[in-house]
Each structure stands twice: as structure tokens, then as C-alpha cells.
Write a protein that binds this ligand. Sequence first.
Ligand SMILES: [Zn+2]
Length: 150
Amino acid sequence: MTAPITTPSEAEEFFAFLERLHGHRCPMSIMGARLGLAAASRVGRHRKGNDLKALYRHATCAIDGIMAALGTTPGNSNLEIRPEGLHVLEVENQAKNIFLRATLTEEALAFGKKYGEIKRAGGSREEREKVLEALEVMDEEKIVALEILP
Ligand SMILES: [Zn+2]
């Protein structure tokens, strides 16, 4: 299963799409996308012939990132959102009998906090953009903890 994004220009295009979908650039939408991309690179993106069911345990901007990356949506009834306050994405591919749990790491969430602090302190757009770009390119294992069953 290949990752859905393999080149810098594909990444640029993807994150531009996410901004159009979500309406703004923010840490949580990007972190949601990273969760969705990590899941999609293991179980594939949702499409005809690759049915996924996903659950996200937090009601945040991350939901739009997950939709953009994984292709599951509330409208398709294959992205359930439970406002439990946990940054955890669970994805099931029943046909392939794969269950995956992707959790944002403390390091990733620290970047989100840093972004908020810069914003509250009246930091420049450039300063905030640096944090967002770091989240886009950070190594997957630093941003997402994965458990895959079986
Ligand atoms: Zn947002």
C-alpha cells in the first residue's frame, strides 16, 4: 500500500486543498491530516472497493484533516465523531480485517500549544506559519503513535 502523498508538490497541493476545505490553516487540521495520512498509508484511502470505517474521539478541527486525508466523512456515515477529548483516530477495514489506532503524540500537541501561545502574544503570521509547516513535514513517528491489529 503506497502512501497517498509521495512528493513535495503533492504535499503542497494536499495542504492547499485542506485549507480550502477547512477555511483556514491551523495546527489541529494539519495534525488531523497527519493522522489520516498515517492511517491511509496502512489501510488505503476510502474509495469504492476499499471500505473504511473511522472514529475520531474528539470534536476539533482535526476532523477536516482526517476527511481530506482518509476520505471518510460524516456524510458517508463512515466517520463517527465522539467528543471524548481524546486525540485518537480509529480506522477499521473489515474486508482486510485490519484495525488501526493512531494517536497524536505529546510532541505534536506541544506544537499546537506553541502555535496558540504565539497567536495570543500577537506573533506574526510568518512565526505561526513556521509552526504549521513544521507539523506538515515532521517525521510521522514524532507526530503519530500507531497501533495496528492484528
Ligand atoms: Zn481549524
